[in-house]
Write a new protein. Structure first.
Length: 168
């Protein structure tokens, strides 16, 4: 599923996908890849990002296998845009978030894409494992809906208003 901030498909987007973030200041949508197996968490995250003040396109995939196919532009994702940010769940079927993180950070063409691990897990060993694999940040999903919304808004603000990122 791909949508712009106003909920419509943007098929006219012409952007150099090998350099994320470069054209953000020219009003082009920010590309976000959401890798989340929970339909409720995915929908809530996409709703918050659509309501944000930044124009974005969100692509949602449900597991790590589809995430890697998207990032490598394989199969149905052959014309996938390069994401500016990956929001990655930890516990998913087929390929978990740590496995995706390891593959992305070991791939010279993908490693500069920032990855935010968003998980309900509060296990210290998983936090350490994610940072050992070079996650850019690790966010524990709050159970409370209002706090969850606040966390997603904070991620959006930090990664697209505060941080300066190099071209990948």
């Amino acid at each position: 599923m791909t949508a712009t901030a106003n909920g419509t498909e943007d098929t006219t987007l012409k952007r150099n996908r090998s350099h994320p973030m470069v054209n953000v200041n020219r009003g082009e949508p920010i590309e976000i890849l959401l890798v989340e197996d929970s339909p409720d968490d995915a929908e809530m995250t996409m709703d918050v990002l659509r309501e944000g003040r930044l124009r974005n396109r969100i692509t949602h995939v449900e597991d790590g296998v589809d995430a890697m196919a998207f990032l490598r532009r394989q199969g149905q994702y052959s014309s996938a845009p390069r994401p500016d940010l990956i929001l990655l769940d930890l516990h998913m079927p087929r390929m978990n978030g740590l496995e995706v993180l390891a593959e992305v950070k070991n791939d010279p063409d993908l490693r500069r894409i920032p990855i935010v691990m968003m998980t309900a897990s509060q296990e210290e060993k998983e936090l350490i494992a994610a940072y050992d694999l070079h996650v850019n940040c690790y966010v524990t999903k709050p159970v409370d809906v209002a706090q969850f919304i606040g966390a997603v808004k904070s991620i959006e603000h930090f990664w697209f208003s505060v941080v300066k990122l190099p071209a990948a």
